[in-house]
Write a protein that binds this ligand. Structure first.
Ligand code: D41
Length: 674
């Protein structure tokens, strides 16, 4: 044997044990994992060259022995007690009161408070500092011998640090940290192997492997919380000191435990852990309070296998079962038609839940939720409750799959769900009370009608006060009505009326966009306006010739379907008429206006025309790019005078502006039409 091999082996083992201690007990690793791996590799090499140097407490010997056919039985000399559960503050107060009465204590008791880890209880016997035997709790009196598996859990020291008692039996919880659990499940899923429902099942399944090599590959961890048989050592006076002693021997204890004062301290700890719970690296299902003074623990003793000096204060269950009474559809402010399951009220995660959103139709189909189904509801922390799954075994015979409604439950407009999209939508727009406010806000927005000062708050005031239920109503607002609104002064009312007036002069693409038709954004509005030139032609195509719409560049059947549904609704055609009647005018195209033949030409109409309505004249002029103005000025290019003209004619004559009669107007239009 090379000189120093034995020494080097010893030094490596001590070094590795120290790093395990820093990592698992102090939670303060000193070296990177790769450096640790190098130490292990060196030790393995040395031991391979000198097998006589291998010892049972060598870190290379965690996985030892072949798979066994079954676990041996272990009788617990000191029974492993169970914990009484409490759920409410009253339960905790009653527990504390009983303990104080029995102890004749009038003041507050000190408690040791710790998280209740969601794992499985294990006991381990160290003899002369060496890990000798480990067992599961079983029924509390006898469990299974899982020594070979527990040896693979790196947070269990194979040898205790420092001066160890002759016999030390420690008890604790073996658990799987969440990160490891998720990694394990991801890997199993990739390999097509079974996944675990929760970390506790994963921990239990891993510890109960007959082949310790499998356990070794599972990310298990352990925190100690108590003692079994002890000889050669007298425990200290308090639970807190006891855990300190365990820690000094290299046994990990939960770092989130602390001593608290009286029932108030317990409840404060409970609330604090409840808030921290979601951020902890492991799953807990409550907290445990233990009377801190061991002498008091002894005096209190236990009843029916549970100590009188400890209480598990559980968090409300995060999952519960209930029945779906019905599945209803709700319309959101953007028209999204969302399925909601109405439930028999169920207490879960600390609140009563009677509705859960099912998000969308695809989700309903994926989970195959039906009316009458028994389902699992989950509410974790402050997270919105969710329907986890259906318990198909309990499905009533007559339950049928859910269908998407054809009509909006609020306004009865058609519901459309574009192929490949998750969300179904009501096409009602302004005519759907559920969508009104959002639709009006969009109508007024900058890229739409650009009504300055008409923001979300004001829209909501106008809608809620009943003054406005359609965009057309905006143009009927009066100064008095506006002043009657809260936080609306005379000045801002006047400003809004001005902005409304200005918005009346707009362009076809803006108007189209303002209508808020699904799938018809800014670019599509522009393309449609370019192609059709005026709204009537577009409406006609939308209703009777969808193929003409699909000819427009970048416009497909989805847009065509939305346009058809939109203009099929009488409410929408009426809206357009009302906007027109209120004086809203749209020029064919803003972008192309400069290229139109009458671009830059301002025309004023006065009197009645015989062969066309005033509106038709306006439309015809604007279609050619002319601006139709309301009053005559030096900048007016033509005044068109019909029957019974007003003062505008006089003004035109005074300013020397050319005056056209109806025939003159027709000639002007003809000359520029292609
Ligand atoms: O974290 C736990 N799951 C936990 C379990 C804990 N922190 N303390 C515990 N203390 C006890 C007594 C008081 C009986 C020693 C326990 C358990 N028992 C326990 N775990 C499983 C059954 C009982």
């Amino acid at each position: 044997m090379s000189p120093g091999a034995r020494e080097r082996c010893k030094a490596l083992r001590a070094e590795i044990a120290r790093h395990d201690y820093r990592y698992y007990v102090l939670d303060d690793p000193e070296i990177p994992d790769a450096e640790y791996d190098k130490l292990m590799a060196e030790l393995r090499t040395l031991e391979a060259a000198h097998p006589e140097l291998i010892s049972a407490d060598s870190p290379t010997q965690r996985v030892a022995g072949a798979p066994s056919a079954e676990f041996g039985e272990v009788v617990h000399e000191v029974p492993m007690l169970s914990l009484d559960n409490g759920f409410t503050e009253e339960d905790v107060e009653a527990f504390d009161r009983r303990a104080r009465e029995r102890l004749g204590e009038s003041g507050a008791l000190e408690y040791w408070a710790e998280p209740k880890l969601d794992g499985l209880a294990v006991t381990a016997i160290y003899r002369a500092g060496l890990l000798e035997q480990a067992a599961t709790r079983g029924d509390g009196f006898k469990g299974e011998d899982v020594t070979a598996n527990v040896r693979t859990i790196r947070s269990f020291p194979l040898r205790l640090r420092g001066e160890a008692p002759a016999v030390l039996e420690v008890r604790g919880e073996v658990f799987m940290p969440l990160a490891g659990f998720e990694r394990l499940n991801r890997r199993n899923e990739q390999r097509g192997e079974k996944t675990f429902v929760n970390p506790r099942n994963a921990a239990a399944g891993s510890l109960r492997q007959l082949d310790p090599r499998i356990t070794a590959a599972r990310p298990l961890q352990m925190y100690c919380y108590g003692l079994g048989r002890v000889s050669g050592w007298s425990p200290p006076a308090r639970q807190s000191e006891l855990l300190q002693a365990l820690k000094s021997w290299g046994l990990p204890v939960c770092p989130h435990s602390e001593r608290v004062h009286g029932v108030e301290g317990c409840l404060r700890y409970y609330r604090a852990m409840g808030e921290r719970r979601a951020r902890l690296p492991y799953q807990i299902d409550g907290v445990v309070y233990k009377i801190d003074r061991l002498a008091d623990q002894e005096r209190l003793g236990f009843v029916s296998r549970a100590p009188r000096w400890a209480l598990a204060h559980k968090f409300p269950a995060e999952e519960a079962m209930t029945r779906v009474r019905s599945i209803e559809w709700q319309v959101g402010r953007t028209g999204a038609v969302t399925p909601v399951a109405r439930l028999e009220p169920v207490f879960v995660g600390g609140v009563t839940v009677s509705n859960v959103t099912l998000h969308n139709f695809d989700e309903v189909r994926r989970k195959d939720v039906r009316e009458g189904d028994t389902v699992v509801i989950r509410r974790a922390g402050d997270v919105i409750p969710e329907l986890v799954r259906v318990i198909e075994e309990r499905r009533p015979a007559q339950a049928r799959p859910v269908a998407l409604p054809k009509r909006c439950p609020v306004c009865h407009s058609e519901v459309l769900k574009p192929e490949g999209e998750a969300v179904a939508r009501c096409t009602g727009g302004f005519s759907c009370p559920a969508q009104r406010q959002e639709a009006i806000r969009h109508f007024a927005s900058r890229l739409a009608m650009d009504i300055e000062g008409l923001g979300e708050k004001l829209v909501s005031q106008l809608v809620e006060s009943g003054l406005v239920s359609s965009p057309a109503d905006l143009y009927g607002l009066t100064a008095e009505q506006l002043e009657g609104l809260e936080r609306m002064g005379e000045k801002s009312g006047a400003n809004l009326l001005d902005a409304l007036e200005r918005s009346k002069h707009t362009t076809l693409p803006r108007l189209l966009y303002a209508l808020g038709i699904r799938e018809v954004g800014e670019a599509t509005s522009l393309a449609l306006a370019r192609h059709f030139g005026d709204l009537e032609a577009l409406i006609e195509a939308a209703r009777s010739h969808p193929e003409r719409i699909e000819q427009v560049a970048d416009v497909g059947p989805v847009v065509a379907a939305e346009l058809r549904a939109f203009f099929a609704a009488p409410a929408h055609r009426e809206l357009i008429e009302r906007l027109r009647a209120a004086g809203v005018r749209w020029e064919p195209l803003a972008a192309q206006a400069a290229q139109l033949p009458l671009a830059g030409t301002t025309v004023v109409l006065t009197g009645t025309l015989a062969g066309m309505t005033r509106h038709e004249a306006e439309q015809a002029l604007s279609a050619l790019g002319a601006k139709v103005a309301g009053s005559v000025s030096k900048k007016t290019h033509y005044v068109v005078a019909g029957e019974a003209p007003g003062s505008k004619l006089e003004k035109a004559q005074a300013l020397g502006v050319p005056v056209l009669d109806e025939a003159g107007l027709r000639r002007l239009l003809e000359a520029h039409r292609r």
